[in-house]
Design a protein around this ligand. Structure first.
Ligand code: PMP
Length: 367
């Protein structure tokens, strides 16, 4: 085993239960199916007998990259696609970090970044995000990272940073700034408009959340032609299968469908936040398809043990959420993905039962 691998633990993904009956609010999947155009494109590609599967797919995913380029008003040389955006993040880490080229990230943010950096033997520079959702742009600019992962909207907090904030980092940071926009379709703004001005900007996107294709594994990055060409040296020659390529391209065609489902998810997000706030819960403002929520307690301060107990109670009732106890900022919260209205009603009902049974009050008296 290499020293870098020996020093590294594997990334822990959210739980994916295989049996039925669960309400899955733990990995920010979309509660609605993908566009019918996606289903038709997959069926067309498969044909009656699946004969197309005998043949290797387009090695550079040419039609999908063209579709993504058109969607963002850029050129095919500025797009690379991956087997989920995790694949693209992996390419970025492997291409631009090593033992003498540190990786930077916001803290808290996506816990895959340090795993990828560790595998490249790169050290990690962390810049804290406050609970109000701000960070010090000078700290990013001065952290001497060769590549910095900035999740916008932030995960797991849900906060979105303004375009001005991102620009203030870009103007001062010497390295490559990767804005991970996995959740940007749910936000009020994105950073894609800055690509033509800043050659050190990379934007990553996924089809897993807004496009309801987590099971297909498709993501992409937008960047300068030079950065894309460098990533292409590291990429597996056939990193996207035939079905994933046609599914992604078809999804980008159906803007009307996705505008509707995204608007519905945002409305459910706001209704759920209002319902919880009305019950005295703390809810962080979110521009993603999840909410960070913390139950009320006797002392009116949220606590990590309360969040852990609530997580367990919800799980016993077949509702999966996510708890991040490692970071003191996230420990008092549960991250709850936005499901459909019926799923959120079940979540609220079980959460109410826990509060009514004195869950938080009992804990407040012992903690
Ligand atoms: N970035 C962030 C911030 C995420 O939360 C996720 C999903 N866990 C990803 C990237 C990766 O998504 P995927 O590989 O499914 O495209």
């Amino acid at each position: 085993m290499s020293a870098a691998v020996a020093a590294q633990s594997a990334y822990t993904p959210g739980e994916q239960p295989q049996g039925g009956g669960w309400i899955k609010l733990n990995t920010n999947e979309n509660p609605y199916p993908p566009s019918p155009l996606v289903v038709a494109a997959i069926q067309r590609e498969l044909g009656g007998d699946g004969a197309s599967l005998r043949l290797y797919p387009s090695p550079k995913s040419a039609p999908l990259r063209l579709a993504a380029a058109r969607f963002h008003g850029t050129n095919v040389e500025n797009v690379i696609v991956g087997n989920g955006s995790d694949d693209v993040l992996n390419l970025l880490a492997r291409t631009f970090s090593d033992a003498s080229r540190p990786v930077g990230m916001l803290d808290p943010s996506y816990s895959l970044y340090p795993v990828l950096s560790g595998l490249c033997a790169a050290s990690v520079r962390r810049v804290p995000v406050s609970i109000e959702g701000d960070f010090d742009a000078d700290a990013v600019a001065g952290c001497a990272a060769n590549i910095f992962f900035l999740t916008n909207p932030n995960a797991p907090l849900g906060t979105a940073f303004s375009r001005e904030k991102i620009e203030s980092v870009l103007a001062r940071f010497d390295g490559l700034l990767v804005v991970d926009e996995a959740y940007a379709p749910f936000a009020n703004a994105d950073t894609t408009g800055l690509l033509s001005e800043y050659p050190n900007l990379v934007i990553t996107r996924t089809f897993s959340k807004a496009y309801a294709l987590a099971g297909m594994r498709v993501g992409y990055a937008l960047a300068s032609a030079e950065v894309i060409a460098a990533l292409d040296r590291v990429r597996d020659s056939y990193n996207l299968d035939r079905l994933a390529q046609v599914a992604g391209a078809a999804a980008l065609e159906d803007t009307a469908y996705y505008e509707r489902t995204i608007a519905t998810i945002k409305a459910t997000r706001e209704a759920t936040a209002a319902a919880l706030q009305g019950r005295g819960w703390r809810v962080l403002p979110s521009q993603a398809n999840f909410l960070m929520v913390s139950p009320p307690s006797e002392r009116s301060i949220s606590s990590a043990p309360a969040a852990a107990a609530l997580f367990q109670f919800l799980k016993e009732n077949k509702v999966l959420t996510r708890h991040f106890p490692q970071n003191p900022l996230t420990a008092p919260f549960l991250r709850v993905s936005i499901g459909n209205d019926a799923e959120m009603a079940v979540f609220l009902d079980i959460a109410d039962k826990w509060v009514a049974a004195g869950g938080a009050a009992q804990l407040a008296s012992v903690s």
